[in-house]
Design a binder for this molecule. Sequence first.
Ligand code: ADP
Ligand code: MG
Length: 238
Amino acid sequence: MGQITLSNVKKSFGNIDVLHGINLDINDGELVVFVGPSGCGKSTLLRAIAGLEKITSGEIAIDGKPVNDVTAADRGLAMVFQSYALYPHMSVRQNLAFGLENSKMPKAEIDERITEAARMLEIEPYLARRPGQLSGGQRQRVAIGRAIVRRPVAFLLDEPLSNLDAELRVSTRAELAALHARLSSTMIYVTHDQVEAMTLADRIVVLRAGKIEQVGTPLELYNTPANRFVAGFIGAPH
Ligand code: ADP
Ligand code: MG
């Protein structure tokens, strides 16, 4: 569960080519970080995997099954955005329950999942509050909680910490790493921050202008960058 294969994935918006043929194998349970400068196509690639963006050509497969024609809701993935995207008029509990109620899950099961996620993320005291009554860090936990309760085969996180201040970003990053260890589910984590990439990733995928420059462990990229771009981006001397 949670193995994702990208084969020659291309995406154009009109006559602008954004992804130029991405090939990548993501293993079950792996934490893969997509890193690269703003505009290089990280979000587009993540949204394509999520099923929120239709690809122009190529194939995306989850656990060996092609999903090009499978809707976002049926891919079994959960996405976390930097903007949280919480419903402001609903309580935290209602925000967590929302997607599950739509799937007609029994109430007892929904409550159990919410309790478990809330405990894991230490947001139990805030379940009755509305998002507007929470800090940025608490809101981001709720957004992550909303993904956890769905028990997805993979988590897709698009710059989830970029709205937090520097200190909170460091602590939340550590919590995400702990969460990944605990859930042992596949995570794809998008960032333009090389420190985040180096500290979180099992493997880093360096993107530049819609192409993969290099894939490797943080140590591999640091020690043997494929080119000056990777070296410059990862911060090794060059
Ligand atoms: P990143 O997340 O790495 O900053 P994006 O995936 O958001 O990059 O964008 C990659 C490129 O695709 C950018 O040039 C952006 O302007 C373009 N792009 C993204 N979404 C659209 C869209 N819906 N329509 C047209 N161009 C888009
Ligand atoms: Mg982006």
